[in-house]
Design a protein around this ligand. Structure first.
Ligand SMILES: Cc1ncc(COP(=O)(O)O)c(C=O)c1O
Length: 372
């Protein structure tokens, strides 16, 4: 198996740690350990009581039960905990996909969801989202891509990088296309808890027997460095995932699962403040895009905390992003990392004052003069 390089990770590796102002990220403002302890009531004695035993292949029973209760159908046997959702996604794709399988993927999209299937030798059929159409994901187009050879439809709604999502009616249409083909639906639900115009969609695992969802603490929960994620999947698929894990990570650390359980028990205390902040920041982003009309075209994200404005006067934003970082300390992601060179990915989930300063400098550079 040969994986191609991931341009997004290359870019962030080079610039993320040195950025003065980060408006590139796809997650909300991260919490500190002190905030985690305050929100959960976890004290040092409880941490000290932890013994560093090996963990369970599928995850600690209490953690699996908490996830099944919140996102699944209450059945812990369908849950596996992982190191970020990246591990869950790579395990499930490895377990399910074989060379030559047809797989439908959404583009532009997060590299793992596409490139892992490419590296496994699958035949890729692209469900294309278009900027001119407001990144609208049309189930009509999907219908033409699904055949009786389709093994999996891989989606991520709300979506990275566009912030696009689908409604419940389109979700039902998606399920019926998958059902017709007997295909799995692999649903990256990283941003499921970050929606602005409609309530969160039901978890795919509760709607369709071959529906598999992936969750993470890295985006809506503000805990990317904790490296905690999961999938909700049929037990026979999880059994195959364990076979792969037996050769790779074995299990999630009991320390991570201790913290994860406390976060899950207090989930709304983590989610609500950051969703409120993201909603406010999204209004600021909209005002900024309106004020810069003629330079910037933006479809306002329906969910998540990232969007992809087009910089209307640039065919490629690569050099612009490099200069924005070097001269003004502001980090965004060039659209070329997502195959859209005239766009940038802009994250609005962080601290509000940082977003305002970052947008000021970005707007200033677009107009040829930078405030401050
Ligand atoms: C859509 C999407 N899925 C999955 C991931 C992987 O995140 P993690 O492994 O931190 O859960 C990311 C990270 O950026 C993402 O944007």
């Amino acid at each position: 198996m040969r994986l191609r390089r991931a341009p997004l990770e290359d870019w962030l590796r080079d610039y993320y740690f040195a950025a003065e102002i980060d408006i590139s990220s796809s997650g909300v403002q991260p919490y500190s350990m002190a905030e985690l302890r305050a929100k959960t009531g976890l004290d040092h004695n409880q941490i000290d009581a932890l013994v560093f035993n090996d963990g369970y292949s599928l995850g600690a029973p209490a953690v699996r039960a908490a996830i099944a209760g919140r996102w699944g159908d209450g059945e812990p046997g369908k849950v596996m905990t992982t190191s970020g959702s990246s591990e869950a996604i790579s395990l499930v794709l490895t377990a399910l996909l074989r060379p030559g399988d047809e797989v439908v993927v959404v583009q532009p999209g997060y590299h793992l969801l596409v490139e892992f299937a490419v590296a496994l030798g699958c035949t890729i059929r692209t469900w294309q989202l278009h900027a001119d159409d407001g990144w609208n994901a049309s189930p009509g187009e999907l219908a033409e891509l699904v055949t009786d050879r389709t093994r999996a439809i891989i989606v991520n709604f709300p979506q990275n990088p566009t912030g696009a999502s689908i409604g419940e009616e389109d979700l039902r249409a998606l399920v019926s296309h998958a059902e017709r083909a007997g295909a799995y639906i692999l649903w990256d639900a990283a941003f499921a808890d970050l929606t602005y115009e409609a309530p969160a969609l039901p978890d795919i695992s509760t709607l369709y027997p071959r529906g598999i969802s992936f969750g993470t603490f890295s985006k809506a929960f503000g805990l990317p460095g904790l490296r905690f994620g999961w999938c909700v999947a049929p037990p026979d698929v999880l059994a195959e995932c364990v076979r792969v894990r037996d050769y790779t990570t074995l299990h999630v650390s009991p320390l991570i699962e201790l913290l994860a359980l406390r976060v899950l028990e207090n989930a709304d205390g983590f989610l609500r403040p950051r969703l409120k902040q993201a909603r406010h920041n999204r209004d600021i982003l909209k005002e900024w895009a309106d004020a810069n009309a003629g330079q910037v075209s933006l479809t306002l994200p329906a969910g998540g905390v990232a969007g992809v404005p087009r910089l209307d006067r640039l065919a490629s934003t690569d050099d612009f992003c490099e200069q924005l970082f070097r001269r003004h300390g502001v980090l965004v992601v060039p659209g070329s990392c997502f195959g859209r060179p005239g766009h940038i990915r802009l994250g609005f989930g962080g601290a509000t004052d940082e977003l305002i300063r970052g947008l000021d400098r970005l707007g200033g550079m677009l107009r040829g003069s930078v405030p401050g």
